[in-house]
Design a protein around this ligand. Structure first.
Ligand code: HEM
Ligand code: 13S
Length: 510
């Protein structure tokens, strides 16, 4: 339930039609002295304060959710931390998305075959609609493969997790998810298993090839977990050359060029895209847009559900197994649609832990932007920088904004909050089109995250996670399973799971 504002202004959140406040003289905050200011902010962001404190401290200091600050690696921008001002980023008449995928950072097109790929194009660019429609078509035309290919990749991964636990080894989902997601995406969309024997096979190297290509391409904003001085000098100070990973990218390229036959035929026949440009766009869409987002989201799903175990596990297990049982014992699309708590849990994790934490755009003309209690003039060309984790915790919109409430998006009150869920670069209740910049995989992401939870609670009664060591503050947290409790008995199935497991182990003795 969004709480009513009590300030005199026009507010998208509470729809009051009071008078717009007069624009204030200037936006608070500053960029500091040339070079020094940007270096200071970068060191605060990466080392002295960390991302969250970096923005919270400045919000308090300026008494405003809109202020000027240098964004990493060193670009002066206007931070937007509230749900009202954030919406300007989605208005193509007000903002220009050209080359703002990662703010003012613009990796050389060497990393993408000499092309500026879809994610960097403004919707007014002649190629945007064609390339977006191509990716959306690939997702749609492969919809029948999503459930079976995810089921296969899931069971391969969790067989490994169970084996690791039985042998007393670490069951690290944060690392095994990288192969799970890549296997799933390549089998479902490229129609080729990366490990299938062939001249251009990736074998087990897919995740590391992608990681090296991404880390060098986005080094300026990456947090590799190196000692601060090394990270600052070698990663954040100057762009790393494509030549460092040319060979790796060539292997990725030849895999797609050799095996993505149907996908590239669609590019040519349906969208008249030249093969080379289609291939580089397909690699970026699968490798950065899809894979990088999902390998961050899926461990977050496990983390939030895992740390809130028993009661939530019982409710999820009950909902999932009832939905499967009432759909002939199959995890069908219809079964997925009758799991409201699963969907709400996924949306709540996307609110609290969206993998894409910043959305950028430039003012297309002089603008007035408004927060819940102030308005400011922005000059044409200025960089607007949405801080999604702050806007997703806007206390004007969300009750207990910092709390994980899996039921938050359930029922009528939950539906009312969908316009305020912004993880996909657009409000959740709107749809991706070839004319906007909303995520092409928006619906696919929610389906995949829902499938992860469904398969977990079909196969297991519950699970526990290894506690996070506080020391690893700077590196991304490693989500590891402590226990995976295999489903004990299943009165509805013709086979008692415990009997099945004991029969397998007794046959081992013979
Ligand atoms: C959890 C995973 C994901 C998250 C958090 C995510 C989020 C986003 C965001 C925030 C944008 C806009 C970036 C910008 O322009 O500022 C975006 C764009 C895009 N996403 Fe995703 N995404 C995810 C998964 C996927 C998947 C599975 C696909 C499927 C191929 C996909 C395809 C795309 C494409 C093609 C674009 C560019 C759209 C355009 O430029 O109009 N994403 N995504
Ligand atoms: C990082 C989450 C990726 C989500 C994919 C999504 C949109 C992404 C928008 C901007 C992120 C650009 C990539 C940053 C890489 C950071 C390097 C690292 O930290 O290793 O496109 O769908």
């Amino acid at each position: 339930m969004s709480r009513r504002c009590n300030k005199a202004h026009v507010c998208a959140a509470c729809n009051s039609s009071a008078q717009h406040p007069k624009p204030q003289e200037s936006i608070p905050g500053s960029y500091g002295a040339p070079f020094i200011g940007a270096l200071r902010d970068r060191l605060d962001f990466f080392w002295f304060q960390g991302e969250d404190e970096f923005f919270r401290k400045r919000k308090e200091r300026y008494g405003s959710t809109i202020f000027r600050v240098n964004f990493v690696p060193g670009m002066p921008g206007i931070a937007l931390l509230d749900q009202k001002s954030y919406l300007v980023l989605y208005d193509p008449t007000k903002v220009d998305k050209h080359d703002t995928f990662v703010g003012a950072l613009l990796p050389k097109t060497d990393f993408t075959g000499g092309y500026r790929v879809l994610a960097y194009l403004d919707p007014l660019h002649p190629k945007h609609a064609i390339l977006k429609s191509f990716i959306m078509e690939l997702i749609k035309s492969n919809s029948s493969r999503i459930l079976p290919e995810f089921a296969t990749a899931f069971s391969e991964t969790f067989n490994q997790m169970e084996t690791a636990l039985s042998e007393g080894r670490e069951a690290n989902f944060s690392s095994s998810v990288k192969m799970l997601v890549l296997d799933f995406l390549l089998r479902a969309i490229v129609h080729r298993d990366p490990r299938a024997v062939g001249a251009a096979a990736l074998g087990d190297d897919g995740p590391s090839l992608l990681e090296s290509w991404i880390a060098v391409q986005f080094a300026a904003i990456a947090q590799a977990g190196l000692p601060p001085i090394l990270e600052e000098i070698f990663l954040h100070s100057f762009p790393l050359p494509f030549s460092l990973i040319r060979a790796n990218y060539q292997r990725i390229y030849s895999f797609f060029d050799t095996y993505a036959i149907e996908a590239l035929d669609v590019a040519k026949e349906r969208f008249d895209l030249e093969r080379d440009e289609a291939t580089h766009n397909l690699i970026f869409a699968i490798g950065v847009n899809a894979w990088l987002g999902l390998i961050k989201l899926l461990p977050s799903i496990i983390f939030y559900v895992g740390k809130n175990n028993s009661h939530l596990h019982d409710k999820l297990r009950g909902e999932i197994r009832a939905a499967v049982a009432s759909n002939g014992g199959r995890l069908s699309p219809k079964a997925i649609e009758s799991m409201p708590l699963v969907r709400s849990t996924v949306l709540e994790v996307l609110r609290l832990a969206s993998p894409a934490k910043y959305q950028y755009a430039r003012a297309r003309k002089d603008l007035i932007i408004e927060s819940h209690d102030a308005s400011f003039v922005v000059k044409k060309g200025e960089l607007l920088c949405g801080c999604l984790s702050m806007a997703s915790r806007d206390p004007v919109i969300f009750e207990n904004p910092d709390s994980f409430i899996p039921e938050r998006f359930e029922g009528g009150d939950g539906e009312k909050l969908l316009p305020h869920l912004l993880w996909s670069n657009g409000p959740e209740h709107l749809h991706t089109t070839s004319q906007n910049k909303q995520c092409a995989g928006k619906d696919l992401v929610i389906l995949i995250a829902s499938l992860l939870l469904a398969h977990i609670f079909i196969r297991y009664d519950t699970f526990e996670l290894v506690d996070q060591p506080s020391s690893a503050a700077r590196k991304p947290p490693q989500i590891c399973f402590k226990t995976l409790q295999i489903r004990a008995t299943d009165p509805t199935s013709d086979l008692n799971w415990a009997q099945r497991i004991s029969s397998i182990s007794s046959s081992d003795q013979t």
